[in-house]
Design a protein around this ligand. Sequence first.
Ligand SMILES: Cc1cc2nc3c(=O)[nH]c(=O)nc-3n(C[C@H](O)[C@H](O)[C@H](O)COP(=O)(O)O)c2cc1C
Length: 308
Amino acid sequence: MTQTSSGELAVEIGGIHLKNPVMTASGTFGYGLEFAELVDLNSLGGIVVKGLSLKPAAGNSPPRIVETASGMLNAIGLENIGIDSFIRDKLPGLGAYDTPVFVNIYAETVEKYAELASRIDTVEQIAGIEVNISCPNVRAGGVVFGVDPEAAGRVVEAVRQRTEKPVMVKLSPNVSDIAGMAQRVEEAGADAVSLINTITAMAVDINTRRPRLGNITGGLSGPAIKPVALRMVWQAACAVRIPVVGIGGIMTTEDVLEFMIAGATAVQIGTANFVNPRVSMEIIDGLARYVKENNIGNIRDIVGTLKT
Ligand SMILES: Cc1cc2nc3c(=O)[nH]c(=O)nc-3n(C[C@H](O)[C@H](O)[C@H](O)COP(=O)(O)O)c2cc1C
């Protein structure tokens, strides 16, 4: 049994009603439709599509994925078909489902983020925008928007000015002050923050003495990062009033509950989709059982209930 209509699991993110708090994470669930034969897309709380840019992008040279202990390293390089093709070719198919679609965007400049936001603003079928601020900022000499609160704030302000859609900002874990970053994007007009993106990491082949990723470094995801993600979600949730969406190494119902108790209103499932594409549905069933067994009126009641 998959929970699709009961109010017990319903939550809200930036004014968007989610049937349950479980979304799929960007880059791990394609453009959604690829999974339609395996997963009842109507059962999901939300779908966040693969990161999209203004123009199609080819991504990095291979190898782009390496397995590591309790996780994986990826350096896909944000390969994608571009926002216009997505809206024209992929989005109409998603219209058959009653599940909010969040479009994850990335760009090299503030202006391009703003342009992406304005193209999305008029598209009714898109529920909200997830702004990925963990990619290179060429204008600022290769630093990353997501590690500089002022640059992050400028991106969010520019996006905010160009769209009325709810804006969720996806934070990078590669910072020393996640609470300060969350506060800056809240001030800049974000409706929610989602965290964490992958942790910069690498692997070495001892025989060739070469990096195991074509890009040398990549992003670590999966169970290995869960404790770090949980700590950052808790710190961010203590620092802001907007909803926090927890991401990082979630594999089970218990993992989701940990994130929610630490302060997440909803979660996203990433790497686990590669192990078991139906994992989100199983987790949603597990959450439905948990609220019943524990006489919890609504799953929202456990958000931020960590006793310290
Ligand atoms: C293969 C792969 C591709 C990803 N692509 C994107 C992306 O396009 N945009 C983005 O914001 N995050 C991307 N991510 C990051 C995930 O959405 C997620 O934040 C991260 O993997 C941590 O969650 P997990 O441990 O559950 O996978 C990607 C992750 C993986 C593993």
